[in-house]
Unconditional design. Structure first.
Length: 166
């Protein structure tokens, strides 16, 4: 089975990763802000300024570091560059398209089924979570299939090898 040639925008890819990161680490953002608000209510109102500084000065650079850490990972190119995916009994093969006339396409990459933890179905895409890291994903939008039947066949074939999570 094969998808059409597609690529995912960096904003879509990173929005998916940030949602995963925040879902897991929300407490690291909320706890210091909540502590400052509690101090503002009990000790001194000036702690509200500290909470605002954390929200607008400290937390955005942390999010930027997370963004660049994941955007520069080798796995991110599997979603961001133009490519097509092929599914078979060995796994998923990523075949890249040439970037331009002067630059050849990167070599195809094969993900064995053992390298894929699970698949999550979202509103717009299937997100394959890879074993190479906590936030390493392969983003497969539903629009990359020529028909709904192709999408159903792909999902059925992949579900024989993977666990499905929500």
């Amino acid at each position: 089975m094969e998808t059409e040639i597609f690529k995912v925008s960096t904003s879509t890819y990173m929005r998916t990763l940030m949602a995963m990161w925040i879902k897991r680490n929300w407490w690291a953002i909320a706890l210091p802000v909540a502590a400052c608000i509690a101090l503002a209510l009990t000790v001194d109102v000036k702690f509200v300024y500290v909470a605002l500084m954390m929200v607008f000065v400290v937390i955005p650079p942390i999010m930027m570091i997370v963004y660049f850490y994941h955007a520069l990972s080798p796995e991110s190119r599997m979603s961001i560059l133009s490519h097509k995916l092929t599914l078979d009994d060995n796994g998923i093969t990523v075949t890249y398209e040439p970037i331009d006339e002067d630059t050849p396409a990167p070599r195809p990459a094969t993900l064995a089924w053992s390298e894929i933890k699970c698949v999550t179905y979202s509103r717009n895409a299937m997100v394959y979570r890879l074993t190479s890291g906590r936030y390493r994903i392969l983003y497969l939008p539903y629009t990359s299939f020529a028909s709904k039947e192709g999408l159903r066949q792909w999902s059925a074939a992949a579900s024989r090898h993977l666990a499905v999570t929500s």
